[in-house]
Design a protein around this ligand. Sequence first.
Ligand code: SAM
Length: 319
Amino acid sequence: MKFTREELAAWLARDNFDEIYAQADAIRRESVGDVVHIRALLEFSNHCKRLCRYCGLNAANQSATRFRMDPRDMVETAREAWEAGYKTIVLQSGEDSWYTADLLGEVVKQIKRTGMKITLSCGELPESVYRYWKDCGADRYLLKHETSDPKLYAELHPDGTLEERVSCLRTLKRLDFETGGGFMIGLPGQTLDTIAGDLLLLQEIGCDMAGIGPFIPHPDTPLRDTPGGSTELTKRAVALARLLLPKANLPATTALGVLDSAQKQGVFSCGANVIMRKVTPNRLKKLYQIYPASFSEADIRAGRLETEAEIRALNRTPV
Ligand code: SAM
């Protein structure tokens, strides 16, 4: 569907959004069915050279305890996830050049032998690296554009530009990755018009996936005193993303679950069809602190069963 920026911003501001939630839910059912995909999320390094002002992993955060997973442990964790029933693994990290293109390519090749689909989420890299990882067997790439307002983007990212970020997304799309964009709700200075622009950018790029989640302040970042994003506004943005991108994979993002588990359930009735479940080893989960959150200590198999049960309780089918 096509909408103008003004229409989207006006909808986001409505007193009552029920009609659009219902429409998004109907489109979700017609376009992607009642299935909820459970993705295994492996956070393999929290080293990051970037300075994103909202993120707990940013290079200037001296309080973070940094870790890197051994590539053999990454492959072993993926194998456990496969055996527990996961069909996709998301390998996510800060921008950490310790993992060379060759090294991560080797990890991708080895995990691929299990039959799993692989999503990478390792930040901005040259086209040649993205292409190499595609050749190694990577299927999808997640790189949120974070905000479509170039001025706000520059304020939040002293070492990057929106243009570079979007150019990476276009490259990924051209290389035939299933491409995931996305953005945060509640960044300081963001308006409903910015969010409308964010939604239109996802559509313009032709994103196959979109992660839309609330900003959550991290105490060891420059944005420590900024209020967090609204869950209601996040749900509204997810619902509108479903109207704009009927076939996209839209996760009920981890950040949304952290704020309010009832809202996470709500998000499944307004357009989302994906959930990510951490398979990061327990000793490392608490160190991968993008924002403060509590974590389940359940092992990989138990965690998967827990999520499957939650999805079935909503009359949806876990895959
Ligand atoms: N380095 C990769 C990248 O830049 O895409 C992946 C890791 S990065 C930590 C993953 C995502 O975390 C970012 O795209 C951002 O949207 C989200 N994030 C970071 N800090 C956040 C915060 N304080 N609240 C909510 N989301 C946050």
